[in-house]
Ligand binder design. Structure first.
Ligand SMILES: [Zn+2]
Ligand SMILES: [Zn+2]
Length: 144
């Protein structure tokens, strides 16, 4: 009896998960994909190939921008665009779905003088505040 109840609970959660993860594709896009599938092409392989290529392009550009000496505290547009391509416009904190408000330097800019995209994270205001309060604590701890 108890198991049956737990199963119902799991099913409900799965349904929520599917509802949340349904892909937001235009009918035209779905039609194009269906056409390829009907031709016998492996859609899963094609999409994975595309995703791998995208990730490779992002990491190549990240490496290119990593050592660029910063001209000022302002993050260059190219770096901002790359971060947006990688993260979209949501906060990078795990599980957070809020809109990102700021680009946070995870390695202190005053020390690195770089806008290395490997050390930039888009954060919502809440997580940005947390990131800085942790940073202040660490600094205090290092000085004392
Ligand atoms: Zn910050
Ligand atoms: Zn957040």
């Amino acid at each position: 009896m108890r198991d049956a109840k737990e199963n119902v609970h799991v099913n409900v959660n799965l349904q929520q998960l599917f509802a949340e993860s349904s892909l937001d594709l235009k009918p035209e896009t779905e039609a194009r994909l269906r056409e390829l599938q009907q031709k016998g092409l492996d859609l899963d392989a094609l999409i994975n190939e595309f995703l791998d290529k995208r990730e490779a392009e992002i990491s190549t550009e990240k490496a290119e921008l990593a050592d660029l000496p910063a001209k000022s505290r302002y993050i260059p547009v190219r770096v901002k665009r790359l971060i947006a391509a990688e993260y979209g416009h949501k906060c990078a904190a795990p599980g957070c779905r809020r809109e990102a408000k700021d680009l946070h330097h995870t390695a202190r800019y005053s020390l690195t003088k770089r806008h290395d995209p490997h050390f930039l994270a888009p954060l919502c205001s809440g997580h940005h505040e947390i990131a800085h309060s942790v940073d202040v604590k660490v600094q205090h701890w290092r000085q004392s």
